[in-house]
Ligand binder design. Sequence first.
Ligand code: PRP
Ligand code: URA
Length: 208
Amino acid sequence: MKIHVVDHPMIQHKLTLMRNKNTSTRTFRELVNEVAMLLGYEVTRDLELDKLTIETPLETMDAPVIKGKKLCFVSILRAGNGLLDGLLRLLPSARVGHVGLYRDPKSLQAVEYYYKVPVDIGDRLTIVVDPMLATANSAIAAVQRLKEGGARNMKFVCLLAAPEGVEAFNKAHPDVPLFTAAVDRQLNDHGYILPGLGDAGDRIYGTK
Ligand code: PRP
Ligand code: URA
C-alpha cells in the first residue's frame, strides 16, 4: 500500500487544534495553510535536481536547482483550496488546476461541476489536494478525470484519511502515492471521518 503518514510532531499538534470544535474559522484556515506547507516538504522530497552554474560573490559553482517543468497542483473544490493556498506559499511558481466536485449527501457519490487544468499537465508532476479522504469517491473520481485529461505522474495529498478510503483509493489508483497527516478510526453512517475534524469546507469557509 503506497501511503505516507507524515506524523511530524508539529503537524500532529496543529491537527489536534484543527480537530477541536472550538477552534475558530480564522484559526482553522491559518492552520490548514501551515499544515499544507509542512506536508508540502514531504511530498516534494524526491523532486529531481539539476545543476546550474552560478557565480557566488566568491567563485563559480554548479548549484542544485529543481529539474524539469514547474509542477502542477490540482485542488478539488472547494475544501482543496485551503491546502492549495499553503502549498502555493511554498512553491509560488507552480501551475494550478481545479476540479469541482461535491459529494451527494445521500449516495456519497462525487458529482463533477467544474474542470480546468493546464494544457500540458501530462508533462508535469501533478499533486492533487483535498483535506479529506473519507469514502475516497471524490479523490478516485478526480484522479480518474485527470488521467483521462492526460495527467500521468500524480500524488495525492490530504490532511485526514479513513481506512476505508485509503483501501478504496489504493485499489482504484495503485500508481498514485497517498500522503496524509493521519489515518483515523472509521467512517460513520453519513460517510464522515471519526474522530475527524468535521466538514472541512465548512470549517475553512465558515459556512455552517
Ligand atoms: C469533502 C472533502 C472531499 C470529500 C471527501 O468535500 O473536501 O472532497 O468531501 O469525501 P469522500 O472521500 O467520501 O468523497 P464536499 O463534498 O463536502 O465538498 P466541499 O469541498 O465543496 O465542501
Ligand atoms: N468530508 C469532510 O469534509 N469531512 C468528512 O469527515 C468526510 C467528508
